[in-house]
Design a protein around this ligand. Structure first.
Ligand code: ADP
Ligand code: MG
Length: 677
């Protein structure tokens, strides 16, 4: 008898056909069956006959009057009927497709029957027969099944497995000290209680134990990744020239904020030791991440290694290239740009200089991960707006060096709740303060009927020779509609402002070089109003643009609106964001209100998560957000946090897997040779 036995041939009633159906639910072995948990519990009340409401789910308690009658019809269909007496009245009960109940239901027996009340027929359509001992509150586990398998059948198999004694074979997998510390049920007990709880507290306790188990194992694995990364032998420490770094900081036109100083130090320290850095740098728009990237680059180059900065768009690559060039003016360091739109000749020149070690820093787009791009000594990889890149792209770029240090930058702060799970294997640095003297962007929500008033007001901005962004409505399903919307908006504005403003249109269909031309015209103030789809979302820096008008703002998520808003308020003039929206949902209204109230990207990302859910924000599959069977990263955050702390503590102990205390854990975790140093 083994818990890994196949379900077929072990559990009565499971033949090839049923086995196939169960397999489609992911149930192959006995163990899978035992661990196939209900996804919810349906709760109900034991009620009086006189309190019943039509179609209500209730339980009735009464005595069986006469032996049930079973009628068979169709294929495998049956109806079982009987009467029970309840407060001296006879009540009709029917059960569909559970003929075997006739063994349980016999005259004179007292029962509790759970089902749905059909008031017209004065009949209880039964779902389940419960023990008479059932209290006044009951619940029935509900499982995910499919049309070929009924709940009751599945429960029958699970019960059979427990009856056959397989439940006893479930091994404990949490160390004793943890079970004691957090008063967690034994695994066997927890699994049993999930399926057959007698009271509510039974499954509550079971869930708590199983959630902890799930999170704890996940975090043990995360911690092992961290450790593996830290101990990877290949990485070379960046023995940077301290004087050069300090000189660079002195050359800046401003002093670093406290947060920038702290984060810069964290990064330099991390690169100096012999572990490859894998660090996520989070900072709200305008918090000054570029300087930090520059600092890391200067350090790496001073140690005679190369750095690569990858960004998602050509415009951004150019912008970064230019701002870094001016920042590095006094640093004597060789820079190059590499983007898809460069000529083959230009590209080849850069590529051969890179591999020859003649270039210290390359800034580029995805062109950087092309196969023919090689480095002579790549020591640092930086990715800006990292969420725009997939894990694979990150890997390819990394593989172009010998375990280079990696710095990922993002302006979409990851809520604390998610950071633990998504980025468990990374170190995180946070810039939580903006440079002094910034005036927050004033955000105003305006309904469509006041749109003309906004346009009117904008004339003042134009008179002051300041510039304006308009973001056209976003239609997620259709690029064509996006374009149409953008064009219409541009026409409307052209009509309204006539020859008082020069208006340009930017959208996804415009060719790259044309896009660049439009952008640089805007940068040089040759254009007053830039109408755009969301293509300008990231990174664009035009300090003289002080107003952002977002049409149909309720269609955007909070983080995205915040990103867009971050395009203004970059100079020292007062800036404004107008959210034009007539939201149709409560959520939409809520988002508009939140946007006008807070300017803090972290607060917004937490709210976004609350309102939209993680999957929608990050795209569950591509972001690698783990999916848990019983735990929920948001609502069970407390358990997750405790599990993480405990997992980290385990990894603090050298060779923990050899210790008696951890044997329940060690037997379930594969420890690669990497750790056994
Ligand atoms: P982001 O974090 O959005 O990438 P940037 O790095 O583009 O922000 O910085 C935004 C602006 O703030 C830039 O113009 C930059 O020169 C400026 N800046 C960065 N750090 C400071 C500082 N410590 N003091 C003043 N201005 C700063
Ligand atoms: Mg930036």
């Amino acid at each position: 008898m083994d818990i890994k036995d196949n379900i077929m041939g072990t559990i009565k009633g499971i033949g090839p056909k049923k086995a196939e159906i169960l397999t489609s639910l992911g149930i192959y072995m006995i163990e899978d069956l035992l661990l196939y948990y209900p996804f919810r519990y349906e709760e109900f009340l034991v009620k009086n006959l006189f309190d019943l409401v039509d179609q209500e789910k209730v339980a009735l308690k009464g005595k069986v009057i006469a032996q049930p009658v079973v009628q068979y019809y169709g294929y495998n269909r049956s109806k079982l009927s009987f009467q029970i007496s309840l407060a001296n009245l006879a009540v009709k009960v029917t059960f569909f497709n559970q003929p075997y109940l006739s063994k349980k239901v016999f005259a004179g027996r007292e029962l509790v029957i759970y089902g749905k009340w059909d008031d017209k027929r004065k009949t209880l359509v039964g779902r389940k027969v419960l023990d008479v001992s059932a209290s006044d509150e009951e619940f029935i586990p509900v499982y995910h099944v499919n049309k070929n398998l009924r709940q009751t059948e599945l429960v029958k198999y699970i019960k059979a497995a427990f009856t056959a004694g397989f439940g006893e074979l479930l091994e404990e997998n949490l160390p004793m000290y943890l079970r004691q510390k957090y008063r967690l049920l034994a695994r066997k007990q927890a699994v049993y209680n999930m399926h057959f709880p007698k009271q509510r507290k039974d499954y509550h306790q079971a869930l708590r134990r199983l959630k902890f188990e799930e999170f704890f194992y996940f975090q043990i694995q995360m911690q092992s990744l961290r450790k593996q990364k830290k101990e990877s032998a290949q990485a070379v420490s960046v023995l940077y020239d301290k004087a050069k770094v300090e000189e660079f900081i002195k050359s800046l036109p401003f002093t670093l904020t406290t947060a920038q100083n702290r984060v810069g130090y964290e990064i330099l320290q991390d690169m100096r030791n012999s572990n490859a850095m894998l660090r996520l740098l989070q900072g709200d728009v305008g918090s000054g991440k570029t300087i930090i990237a520059a600092l890391a680059i200067v350090a790496v180059v001073s140690a005679n290694q190369q750095a690569a900065l990858m960004v998602p768009t050509e415009i951004l690559a150019k912008q970064h290239f230019e701002s870094l060039t001016s920042l590095f003016a006094t640093c004597n360091l060789q820079m190059a740009l590499l983007t898809g739109s460069m000529t083959v000749k230009e590209k080849n020149a850069t590529i051969s200089n890179l591999v020859a070690g003649k270039i210290d820093v390359v800034v580029g787009t995805q062109a950087l991960i092309q196969e023919d791009v090689q480095f002579s000594n790549l020591g640092l990889v930086i990715m800006d707006e990292q969420h725009r890149f997939g894990v694979n792209q990150r890997k390819i770029l990394r593989a172009k060096g010998k375990d280079p240090n990696v710095l990922l930058m993002t302006a979409t702060p990851i809520p604390r709740t998610l950071a633990l799970t998504i980025y468990g294997e990374m170190d995180v640095s946070i810039i939580d303060e903006k440079p002094e003297g910034r005036i927050p962007v004033q955000t105003i929500w305006v309904r469509y009927k006041q749109f003309t008033a906004v346009l009117n007001w904008l004339e003042k901005i134009l008179d002051q020779k300041q510039q304006i962004y308009f973001i056209s409505p976003l239609i997620e399903e259709s690029e064509a509609m996006d374009l149409k919307n953008a064009k219409e908006l541009a026409e409307e504005l052209t009509k309204y402002f006539a020859n008082r403003a020069k208006i340009a249109l930017l959208h996804g269909k415009i060719k790259n070089d044309e896009k660049e031309a439009i952008m640089s015209a805007f940068q040089q103030r040759k254009v007053d109003i830039l109408v755009s789809t969301t293509v300008i979302e990231v990174g664009i820096n035009v300090p003289n643009a002080t107003v952002m008008v977002i049409m149909d703002a309720d269609r955007f998520g909070l983080s995205q609106l915040h990103q867009l808003r971050g395009r203004v308020g970059r100079g020292n003039q007062r800036s404004y964001a107008f959210l034009i929206a007539d939201p149709k949902t409560k959520q939409g209204v809520r988002r508009m209100q939140i946007m006008t109230k807070t300017d803090d990207g972290f607060v917004l990302s937490e709210k976004d998560l609350e309102l939209r859910g993680a999957g929608e924000i990050f795209g569950v599959k591509q972001s690698g957000i783990p999916e848990f069977a019983v735990g929920d990263m948001l609502s069970d955050f407390n358990i997750l946090e405790v599990a993480q702390k405990e997992a980290a503590d385990v990894w603090q102990i050298p060779n923990w897997w050899e210790k008696e205390k951890f044997w329940e854990l060690a037997k379930n975790i594969e420890i690669s040779d990497n750790y056994k140093i």
